[in-house]
Design a protein around this ligand. Structure first.
Ligand SMILES: Nc1ncnc2c1ncn2[C@@H]1O[C@H](COP(=O)(O)OP(=O)(O)OP(=O)(O)O)[C@@H](O)[C@H]1O
Ligand SMILES: [Mg+2]
Length: 242
């Protein structure tokens, strides 16, 4: 099982959009993928609503897998149906047990969408995953936010040996017509070396439209810039296999 958490303490950088598209893209290569929505906001769950084919009975939050498409499953956030307070409690050990049973059942990928905070939910995401993919937006403060995130990952690796290793940083919401973005991306590549992925996820309003229809861009418009960017990310993650 390859397990990847999408994490960044900074909000709105594309953790959810990347989790959803990487998960669906991997499933489209014929592998089995579960996406765990570990954000009480439940954005990933809502963004995939239109793809649910199966209405499981109530066995409680995180106890159930919803089938979306061939090989693509969702573990919905309990926060998508009812309002959860930001500090709603979470049974991390139960999630670790769930991940183990999914692995024993032959699941090939577990992707975890983390909230924009390192609270109990965010930590559980790092505890569950061997690898962490950090989306960033190429803006002036990106490097500063990133160094906080790197410290968090070092703490996670100490707390949970074998977990929370940085798979890479991926630039999202990229618009190469903005000269400052070109500059920031060059700085990031200089600072991060090969921890910066080659793939860039371009800014594309069709990603927002797809989510508003409860679909991924692969279904909404497979030829749009967003879908092509995420197709490239899927290939890069598969090539960087561990
Ligand atoms: N490449 C992109 N092009 C255009 N819009 C995007 C792109 N990536 C993300 N968005 C949009 O930006 C907003 C924030 O993205 P997203 O929800 O994925 O970020 P997040 O890091 O999960 O946010 P949060 O920290 O609140 O969980 C959403 O409206 C999403 O549709
Ligand atoms: Mg999110």
């Amino acid at each position: 099982l390859r397990s990847i958490a999408l994490a960044n303490q900074k909000g709105g950088v594309g953790k959810t959009t990347t989790a959803v598209h990487l998960a669906h893209g991997l499933a489209m290569t014929g592998q089995s993928v579960a996406l765990l929505d570990l954000d009480p906001q439940g954005n990933a769950t809502i963004a995939l609503q239109g793809m649910v084919v199966d209405h499981p009975d109530e066995s409680g939050p995180f106890g159930l897998l919803e089938a979306l498409r061939d090989g693509f499953f969702l573990l919905p956030s309990p926060g998508a149906q009812r309002n959860l307070s930001r500090d709603a409690t979470l049974d991390a050990d139960r999630l670790v047990g769930l991940a183990q049973s999914l692995e024993e059942a032959g699941l090939q990928w577990l992707l975890v969408d983390c909230p924009p905070r390192m609270d109990a939910w965010g930590w559980a995401g790092l505890q569950l995953c061997r690898e962490v993919l950090v989306p960033i937006q190429p803006e002036f403060f990106a490097m500063h936010g990133l160094s906080q995130m790197m410290q968090t990952l070092e703490e996670a690796e100490r707390a949970f040996p074998g977990r929370g290793r940085l798979l890479g940083v991926v630039a999202n919401l990229v618009d190469m017509r903005e000269p400052v973005e070109v500059e920031v991306l060059a700085d990031l590549a200089g600072n991060l070396g090969d921890r910066m992925l080659d793939t860039r996820i371009f800014r594309d309003s069709q990603l927002v439209e797809a989510a508003s229809h409860g679909l991924t861009a692969f279904e909404y418009n497979p030829f749009c810039k967003g879908a092509r960017s995420y197709g490239e990310l899927v290939r890069e993650v598969l090539d960087g296999g561990s």
